[in-house]
Design a protein around this ligand. Structure first.
Ligand code: PMP
Length: 285
């Protein structure tokens, strides 16, 4: 694989980042994942805008213009011949001379910027989407600024391991009795023609896929309710699903051991996945 590090395109085994990098020492960094279908970028603008917002919220400089960022994404897709997959982008507050909690001066410590591709043939036509996934619920023990897409992914990673240990695919996190989101995705339930998902706040990541799916749902005359829901309500729902840039719309068929409906993906989730993929393909750049 050819990767991008601070302006250079290099073979992955030649790419290097300092041991003093604040991303490594302090998880002081932000990231984005953009999917690629038909060799094109899905919702690049949405990801670029959220990246800008994450950088602003953490008082990090913007080390690269959005135009150049698009060029780097496209160049990596081209060099690595990605038809279906993802592009991972990470920006950290760089590598000062020594470890220190105080933010370094951006004039003397430039940000570190890294991008790499992940080749995933068959991403759009995933068999997992036909089977649906099982989730368990766990307590949400993350920090209070989940709207910023930081690289502090230890708790979500532990959540994924708890799900695996329980024979499930993922975990939905619960705070004050209500579901916040999945470990790496937004969570939804369906009742009749109504899609229910938690309202935006600092408690969840403002999913780029979420924004698109809610828009498509409204265009398809579905009702959208942005509000919190409990695990009990979810277990009694007609359907459930998750969204993320790497899974698109993925049906959920079991929550804490309780099957939803007949335990197979429901029609609303399947339809939303189809609409999302069709529309995203058309708008890809
Ligand atoms: N919530 C969390 C906690 C996530 O990590 C992600 C994906 N990175 C999402 C939601 C979904 O966001 P998006 O649709 O922008 O991928």
């Amino acid at each position: 694989r050819t990767v991008y590090v601070n302006g250079d395109y290099l073979p992955e085994n030649e790419a290097k980042v300092s041991i003093f990098d604040r991303g490594f020492l302090m998880a002081d960094g932000v990231y984005e994942v953009t999917s690629v279908i038909d060799g094109k970028l899905i919702d690049f603008d949405g990801h670029a805008k959220r990246l800008e917002r994450s950088l602003n919220e953490l008082n990090m400089p913007h080390p690269i213009s959005m135009d150049d960022l698009l060029k780097v994404h496209r160049e990596l897709v081209r060099i690595n011949e990605i038809e279906e997959g993802m592009i991972y982008l990470q920006i950290t507050r760089g590598a000062p001379d020594d470890r220190d909690f105080v933010f370094p001066d951006p004039e003397t410590t430039p940000c570190t910027i890294v991008l790499f591709t992940q080749n995933k043939p068959g991403l759009a036509d995933s068999p997992a989407a036909k089977k649906g996934m099982k989730v368990i619920s766990i307590e949400d023990q993350r920090w209070g600024r989940r709207d910023i897409k930081t690289v502090q992914l230890l708790y979500p990673s532990m959540g994924k391991m708890m799900a695996k240990a329980a024979g499930a695919d993922d975990a939905w996190m619960v705070e004050d009795g209500a579901v916040t989101e999945g470990t790496s995705n937004n969570a939804y339930i369906v009742r009749g023609n109504t899609i229910i998902t938690r309202q935006l706040s600092n408690d969840i990541l403002h999913g780029i896929t979420r924004a698109a799916v809610l828009r498509f749902a409204k265009e398809a005359q579905m009702t959208v309710e942005e509000r919190a829901f409990t695990i009990e309500e979810a277990q009694g729902a007609d359907e459930a699903f998750i969204t993320s840039a790497s899974t698109f719309v993925m049906p959920v068929v079991e929550i804490d051991g309780a099957a939803l409906g007949d335990g197979t993906p429901g029609p609303v989730s399947a339809r939303l996945r189809e609409i999302y993929l069709d529309e995203s393909r058309k708008a890809a750049i």
